[in-house]
Structure formats: structure tokens, C-alpha cells
Design a protein around this ligand. Sequence first.
Ligand code: ZN
Ligand code: ZN
Length: 158
Amino acid sequence: MAEENPNRLSEWLLIVREQAPVLRRRFLDWVEDCKQQPYLIWETTAVRYSAYGLIVLVVMWVCSTATTMLSPPLPVDAQSLATSGDFHVLCSDEDCGQHFVINRAFGFHDFPVRCPACKLLSGQSARRCLSTVCGGRYVVPIERDGQSQCPYCQETFP
Ligand SMILES: [Zn+2]
Ligand SMILES: [Zn+2]
């Protein structure tokens, strides 16, 4: 086995050496032909497909670069905007009634929260009532018959 490999290699070298002048002559012939008829370069399949491949690669590169350049960078606060929001809160204490805004993660419903004015744990989730009676003021909806209602004008919230 150990001796076979070098022998096979030398056999190959011999074949290559024998074929080399033929290949070189063919290649030179091809170069000569191409010099006289330049379109022959294009006629050669290997050259043509390499060119096609190159064009496809360049187009893909240009497209990906353009896409990267055209898409604007994400605003710095995009992530905080996406995960949290402002919640309007009304203090349910009759003597206080403070209206304030808290910023919590979306889906937050851990009410009541502490009121910053009277320090009581009486801040309830509020929403605007757009009826003509309330005129867009913030109210704490009450549950009645399985529906959210305004405690002042009985407007039903969707
Ligand atoms: Zn309060
Ligand atoms: Zn109302």
C-alpha cells in the first residue's frame, strides 16, 4: 500500500506530463481563436456561466446593500414604547380624587396603585368618557351587567 501511492502519483504525473503539451496546444489554439474571433470567449460555456454567476452575485449584493441602507435605524426608545405604556389613574378617595399617569408594562392591571397625593392605595385605572355629559373627562368605570360603564352618565364602554 505504502508503495502504491507514490507509484500511482507518478503514473498520474506521467499522464499529465504526456497530456500537458496537448492541453497547452488546445489552450493556445483557443486563445488564438479568441484573438481572431473575440465572441468565441462568450461561446465558451465555462466563461459564460461564470459571468452569469458573477452578475447574479453582484445583483444580490446590491439588493442586500440597498435594503440595509433604505430601512431606517430603529429609534432608541422603540423598545420601551413597544413594551410599556401610560396608564391614567384616578384616586378613588372622595377627598382626594387625584388624576395621575403611571408608566407600566402593557397588560398591567395590578390596581389599586398608591396615589402620590394622599399616599393611599386607592388609585384605580381610569379612562376617558366621551359622552356629552362627561365631555371627555377621566372616570373609573364600574362593572354593571358584565359591562364597563361610566359611573356618572352610565355610558357603556366597548
Ligand atoms: Zn389620592
Ligand atoms: Zn360619563
